[in-house]
Design a protein around this ligand. Structure first.
Ligand code: URA
Length: 209
């Protein structure tokens, strides 16, 4: 089964072009991150299980559908992942949000968890990890490791831009985790930036350039 989904759509392609441009200002960048995340959500949630229930229209009874099971949980990796939450939550208002904070230790270069605040009852929940950039894959793998320790039902990883190095690391570590990207770029450079990428997503979202 193919676990890498590159979601290509004319709206996503044109919005990704805008978001990559260095002159795109913070306000527009933020709006675009939310819009692209919402468009991606359609594909990311495609295989969620639904269940039938009865409703009444003004004319008759009929069968309605709802997403089965516990409310889904969005887990942005701080801080850039926060930029993707609103666009998805607009489509799934009942989704809960958990937060995971990870930094890279300067000496060991290993990802270290500094915050983990998740909803209760994580078993049996479907999770979408959010991080705009899948660069080395270190933070994504750490977040997956943390979430797996809660025995969650399923994990999906959603990023706007990925690179082969990050995809490879996630899939070597967790081959079963599906990765959803709006674009798969060429490579990582020596400074750890995705090329061509869009620069530092956190700085561009929060105006800390
Ligand atoms: N994180 C970013 O924000 N941008 C990159 O290009 C790589 C990691």
């Amino acid at each position: 089964m193919n676990k890498l989904h590159i979601i290509q759509h004319p709206l996503i392609l044109s919005k990704m072009t805008q978001i990559r441009r260095k002159e795109t200002p913070t306000k527009m960048f933020k709006e675009l991150v939310n819009e692209i995340s919402a468009l991606m959500c359609y594909e990311i949630t495609r295989d969620l299980e639904t269940e039938e229930f009865e409703i009444e229209t003004p004319v008759s009874k009929t069968t309605g559908y709802r997403i089965k099971g516990e409310d889904l949980v969005l887990v942005p990796i701080l801080r850039a992942g926060l930029g993707m939450v609103e666009g998805i939550q607009n489509l799934m208002p009942s989704a809960k949000t958990g937060h995971i904070g990870i930094y890279r230790d300067h000496e060991t270069l290993q990802p270290v968890e500094y915050l983990c605040k998740l909803p209760s009852n994580m078993q049996n929940r479907d999770i979408i990890i959010l991080d705009p950039m899948l660069a080395t894959g270190g933070s994504a793998v750490k977040a997956i490791e943390i979430l797996k320790s809660y025995q969650v039902k399923s994990i999906r990883l959603a990023c706007l831009v990925g690179c082969p190095e990050g995809v490879k690391y996630v899939h070597e570590s967790y081959p079963e985790i599906p990765i959803y990207l709006a674009a798969l770029d060429e490579k990582l450079n020596e400074q750890g930036y995705i090329v061509p990428g869009l620069g530092d997503a956190g700085d561009r979202l929060f105006g800390t350039i």
